[in-house]
Every structure is written in C-alpha cells, then in structure tokens.
Design a protein around this ligand. Structure first.
Ligand SMILES: Cc1ncc(COP(=O)(O)O)c(C=O)c1O
Length: 538
C-alpha cells in the first residue's frame, strides 16, 4: 500500500488519528490475485470476521466475492452490502436461536452446523417454522494443515464434528427431518504461506467429500475447503506464491469439478483479501527515554491493533511500521513504539529501527486490513473504535466514524445509585486455589526433549527450577521447535494458542505444568491455575 504524503496529511487533518486507511486499489488487486489463482469452478467467500467494514464488504461484493458470516451482526452487514442470501454461509461453533431463525428467514445458502446438538436444534426450529434448513456439516478432520501456525482443525478444538464421528453418523444426519444436507465444510487453519500446504489441505477435504458420497451414495452439492491463505507480516516471511498455488490447485479442482459438476466448491478467505490494503495511521505524541530504551508514544496502540501488538502471542514480532509521509532521510534509530494504555504490553513495535522520529510524526502500521479493530480491545480505557477510511482514486471516504467519548459514556445504563444500594448484598463465595504440581513423568520427558531440541551437552544439569531462557538458552526459534517436538512426543498434548503465555516458558516446572494441563485426559489438579491470556486470533 502506497499513499501519497498529501493524502496521508489530508486524512490526518480531516479524520484525526488513530485511523485505519483502506486502499481500494490494493484490495481489488489482492482479490483479483486470489481469483486468478483459483479455477473458475471455485467460489470465493470473504470472511467478515477479518474486517466487517460495510463499505469494504460492498467493494469485495462488487469484485465478485461472496461472504461467510459468524453472527447476526455480520449477517446484517452482508445483507446491507447487497450480498445475495444465496451467496452467504453462516457458521460458528455457537449460534443463538435468533441467528438460526434469521438465517432461515433470509434464505442463506447454508448454515454450517458445528455439532450434533446444533443439528437437532436446527431440525426442530425448521420444523416449527415450516421450512427446510440448508446445512453443511463442519468436520474437524484427522488431518492438520502443516503450514498453519494457528490451527482450528486436525487437533482438539471446539470447531465442527470430529471426522470419525461425522463419517460414522452421516446417515443419521441425513435422516433428520426438515434439513437439506448440502455438503461439508472444513476450515483447518490460518496464516498459511506455503502453496503445497494449501493444496494438501484442499486435496484431503475433496477426498473426504468423495468418500462420504461413495459410502452413503449421496448427491451432495457443496464442499467448503476453508482456506487460511496468509500474507507476509514479518521480515523472515515470504509471500504466498500464488503462481505455484494456481499450478497446484487448477488440476485438483478441475478434476473434482469434472467428477461433481453440480457441487459448489468454496474457498474462504479473509486475511489474504483484506490484509494488505490496510494501514493503521497513528501520531507520535511524545518521545522519551526510559531505563535505556527510547519510546515513541502514539495515540493508538493495542486498543486499536491487538494483532500488531502481538496480544496473546508468545512470540511477539513486529509488523512493518513506516513513516506514513515517506522517508525523511534521517539516520535510523531504535524505538519501542507504544500506545496510550496503562499496560507495559501496549507496544505496537519493539526495538523498531526507523528513520529518526519527531513528535507529531505520522506512522503507518502496514498490512493491517485484516483483524484490526475487530480483534482489539477497543474499549480498553474507553478510547473506543478508531475511525476507518476508504481511499479510492485519490479521495477519502469515511467508512466508519470514530466512536466518541459521549457515545461510549451513553452506552452504559445509568442505574440509579439508590436502587443499587438498596439491593440485598450477597456474600462473595470464598475460593481457595490449590497449588499446581506437574507430574514427575512429564517433567522427566520434558527434560529429555529439551536436551534434544537445545542440543544440551550431557554436562549441563537440567533441574525442575532451571530457567529455560536464562539457563538453557531457549529463544524464539527454539521455542517453536520445542512446541512442535512436545506435540509429537508427548501423547495427548496439544498447544492451546488461547492459553499459552510467556510465563509458561519460565522454568521446566512451569512448562511441565502447562503440558499436564493441556493433555487430553490430564489429571484434574493439573488443569488448574492457568494464567489467563487474551484471545487473539491472528
Ligand atoms: C471458519 C473460518 N473461515 C475463515 C476464516 C478466515 O481466515 P483467513 O483470515 O485466514 O482467511 C477463519 C479465521 O479464523 C475461520 O475460522
């Protein structure tokens, strides 16, 4: 994304900061790049969770995109953007009855059902409404997308019905009244930058569809192979090679299409379509030195852009942050770029090398069109939602106004003080948190794996309290390697990206406790006492 200095200054003067800028030309070219990488028999469904901005969805619709929605809010946005109900699918591991009802009422293409309970509830609801519900069964397969650092399938998650159960019970699903089971849906993971992984994933799902239709002699009409295509965020990453993707996917989908000409093939994409078109524009308010570091304090931080701040991620890596008005030719210096929050973690970038900053400078956090405000605690400090602006043909369009202080204030119910104080107080329930102990067996196994991954000589003593970073030399790269080895070697253990936190990597004991707490059939005591980390879907 390249915006002229004039446009950036105009955006600042007109809308202030922090503001997201979305460049229509880049959005269009990303969509077209994906369109071109897929054969014509494949339909692209844009995932609104990534960026539900109404004007952006309208643009994507105009390029030929369909939509995938996960809530009533997203459904209403898609409809308002002019997306035909037959080009909408509705999914999510929990849906409210009113969401099912509205999806049926407007006639979406498919409700992606994620559990047998949901299937029965939908069957009953459709019966009571006197209609037939269009359904795709979301399957959590016995296969995980190797190139995805953030896996939703192929491991224990709350998504979908596990493959063996779904395959065994598919006949029962078909027998449920008031449902039209159109096909299957699988979404295995996000941020995939390797074309071969995308291919392997799609190929597995198409085979699953083939096997199901053969086994039950079915005439299904929809297969959703997910997607999860990534974009480059960090220095050491390479863009997804869409030419290679095209070479791999064309024969795969074309031959499937020849075999099942009436089946709608769906690829879902959010990050790839919307990621590159966006930048978060922030203003440097003050620069200060603090205990050996230089901080550039800006008006937008984690509250606007949790993904760039690495919220909830063990490995915090910097998004590319640049001078929004172009190079100033000054020497490079290193800064921690922070936001306005009273949290030491409120850093958009750590040790960022950038041309010398001055107070008042405008910075752009690039590749920020996906998982921006939606994946950020915008109400922290009651700062509210940042403004969002579409840039098209040299013009700026306010696509979402900044939330004002009074709007935030007035979103609270103003309960009368007398009423609250008159209510009977209930005594808080005392709770005692038992100490957490890791099992000796896990600790011993962990020590063996640590020795291999960190190539520790036999003379290095590894004890329960050995510090993984300071004593044993664990770093960002070896942490990833370690997690992969632990998943491979320790039966039933899977890393849970929602709960893993830097604190788990302190000592052998803290990591062993985490392992125990995240093993299937883990002992009761081991699952207690997990430090909470924020959910961060990027
Ligand atoms: C079911 C589903 N579809 C689509 C997406 C969007 O994925 P991406 O942004 O990787 O394209 C997600 C992301 O979590 C998802 O869970």
């Amino acid at each position: 994304m390249k915006l002229s200095k004039e446009l950036v200054l105009q955006a600042k003067a007109t809308f202030g900061t922090p503001t997201y800028l979305y460049d229509e030309a880049v959005l269009r070219s990303s969509f077209n790049e994906l369109r071109d990488a897929l054969p014509d028999c494949v339909d692209i469904f844009y995932a609104l969770k990534v960026n539900p901005n109404l004007s952006l969805v309208k643009l994507i619709r105009s390029y030929g995109g369909n939509t995938e929605v996960c809530s009533l809010g997203e459904l209403e946005i898609a409809l308002k953007a002019g997306v035909a109900p037959q080009d909408i699918i509705f999914l999510g591991p929990y849906k409210k009855p009113e969401e099912h009802r509205r999806a049926l009422e407007v006639g979406v293409y498919a409700i992606v059902v994620e559990s047998e309970t949901e299937l029965r509830a939908l069957s009953a609801l459709a019966g009571s409404l006197g209609c037939t519900a269009p359904v795709a069964i979301r399957i959590n397969p016995n296969f995980s997308a190797s190139g995805s650092p953030w896996k939703m399938g192929g491991r224990p998650t709350h998504f979908g019905i596990e493959e063996d159960t779904a395959v065994a019970n598919f006949g029962q699903y078909l027998a449920l009244p008031n449902l039209h089971i159109k096909g299957i849906h699988v979404y295995n993971g996000t941020k995939i930058l390797d074309a071969q992984s995308v291919y392997d994933n799609a190929s597995y799902i198409l085979d699953l569809y083939r096997n199901l239709t053969l086994r039950y002699d079915l005439d299904l009409s929809m297969v959703d192979v997910g997607g999860g295509l990534g974009i480059k965020y960090y220095e050491n990453e390479k863009e997804l090679d869409t030419r290679q993707l095209k070479q791999l996917l064309a024969p795969l989908f074309d031959s499937f299409h020849r075999q099942f000409p009436r089946t709608r093939i769906i690829v879902e994409s959010g990050r790839f379509v919307a990621g590159k078109c966006g930048a978060l524009l922030v203003t440097v308010d003050n620069i200060k030195h603090n205990h050996g570091k230089t901080f550039a304090v800006t008006d937008g931080g984690t509250n606007c852009h949790g993904a760039a701040a690495g919220s909830g991620q063990v490995l915090k890596r910097n998004f590319r942050i640049v001078h929004a008005t172009g190079s100033n030719g000054a020497p490079l210096r290193e800064y921690h770029i922070s936001g306005p929050l009273c949290s030491p973690d409120d850093l958009l970038g750590r040790d960022v090398r950038i041309e010398t900053l001055s107070e008042g400078d405008l910075l752009a956090v690039t590749a920020s069109g996906a998982y921006g405000p939606t994946a950020s605690p915008t109400l922290f400090h009651s700062h509210g939602h940042p403004a969002e602006v579409i840039v098209s043909h040299g013009r700026l369009f306010l696509a979402r106004a900044r939330q004002t202080a009074l709007e935030i204030r007035d979103s609270h119910a103003d309960v009368a003080l007398d009423d609250m104080l008159a209510a009977p107080a209930s005594a808080p329930v005392a709770s005692s948190a038992p100490g957490v102990t890791a099992s000796g067996a896990t600790q011993a196994q962990l020590i063996e794996i640590l020795r291999v991954v960190l190539k520790l000589p036999a003379s290095t003593e590894v004890r329960a309290d050995s510090h993984l970073r300071d004593h044993l030399g664990l770093d960002s790269l070896t942490s990833m390697e370690l997690l992969v080895s632990l998943e491979d070697e320790i039966e039933g253990f899977f890393v849970n990206p929602d709960t893993i936190a830097p604190g788990h990597f302190n000592t052998v004991t803290t990591l062993a406790q985490y392992i125990d707490a995240n093993r299937q059939n883990a002992p009761e005591t081991a699952s207690q006492g997990q430090p909470e980390v924020q959910y961060e879907p990027v």
